[in-house]
Design a binder for this molecule. Sequence first.
Ligand code: HEC
Ligand code: HEC
Length: 351
Amino acid sequence: MSSPSPSKSSRRGAALARVLAPLVGAALVAGAVFAIGGSGVGRSWGAAQSYAIAPIVPLPVDPAKAVLGGMLFEDERLSHDDQTSCATCHDLKKGGVGPSPAKPRNGAKSAFDTLSVFNAVFNYRLNWLGEFSSLEEAIDSAVDDPAELATNWNDMLTKLKADPLYADRFRALYGGGWDKAAVLDALVQFQRTLVTPDSRFDRFLRDQEGAITAEEEKGFRLFEGFGCIACHQGRNVGGNLVQKFGVFAKPAGDRKMMKPADLGRIAITGLERDRFVFRVPSLRNVAVTAPYLHDGSVASLEEVVAIMGRTQLGRELGTSDIDLIVKFLRTLTGRYQGVPLDQAEDVGAAK
Ligand code: HEC
Ligand code: HEC
């Protein structure tokens, strides 16, 4: 999942064709930013509806397959050296990310900040470059990525088949000839359980009295009025568009953009118009997924909101506006297994 390697180019090529369509939509959104940026604050939260922001909902899953997927998720034998599991990088007690930056695996380090696994199932495109359109593809790419599990399917399947516990469960659920597709399916079933409903903001969307404070609501109205919502939209408050990072001001004005990962989607499409274009990240649970931006270069929400104002909206946000927006962003923290993610010391995958 880090930088593209030749062995993956054909798969990425196929993914590319599917990714091109939303670019048209992205151009329209860039227009919308101007329109909304001028309209000021104080409109009703109806804008949330027109940008399809909706509460997180639990999804139907096959429970037995999801439990099996949870076992795999936490099993270090999935990696080449038996030292790394999905949970090593996607800690469910830490917002589905961290420790950050991810430690190098076998000397290889991911070029990108770890994305949360929570609510990933609702993202239209996956990864910072939006190069995958299904969880299967995204998870598949973690397997042979030298900076992630650093293994290959043959080795992994050999290990899993040698373990009677896995062999029996897989046979029972997927039949005797179970293989890579069964492992991916179990992991995807588990991913489908990694949703975080019932944030205070979702309760607000459901018209629950007192779900958020007056200040938090003011922050949301600024988020609408400034036009953040034009890009961070959809059920995940992001995750469904690709957009240029640096519409109005070069992010390089705030930070150095020197590494290959900073070039954005041009790295996979080769198209000049994709320079500095990234998937707009989801802001669900953003208060518990620091650090921020594709390279994890920003530690605080206040700082990243100021950068967004400058680079994406062409405005210098005042500190009181920034504080209100950050207060709103903190209402986007949901619950996993009934526990708010910022108090999630007791949650885990396999039961
Ligand atoms: C060494 C750390 C590491 C390991 C191990 C790892 N991941 Fe990731 N994961 C990442 C990073 C970094 C990204 C972002 C990659 C990118 O954007 O190119 C990511 C992205 C993802 C995404 C996409 C999220 C989104 O919203 O786009 C999913 C889903 C995911 N990982 C699931 C898994 C699963 C399941 C496993 C185990 C099979 C796994 N990961 C193993 C670091 C890791
Ligand atoms: C034109 C589209 C656009 C607009 C408008 C926009 N953003 Fe973003 N936002 C992005 C993109 C793209 C990124 C990812 C940048 C990167 O790291 O490459 C991002 C990243 C972020 C992040 C970091 C998330 C993370 O997990 O790292 C936050 C927080 C954020 N935006 C909040 C806001 C706020 C608040 C506003 C309004 C003041 C706003 N954005 C306006 C496109 C936009």
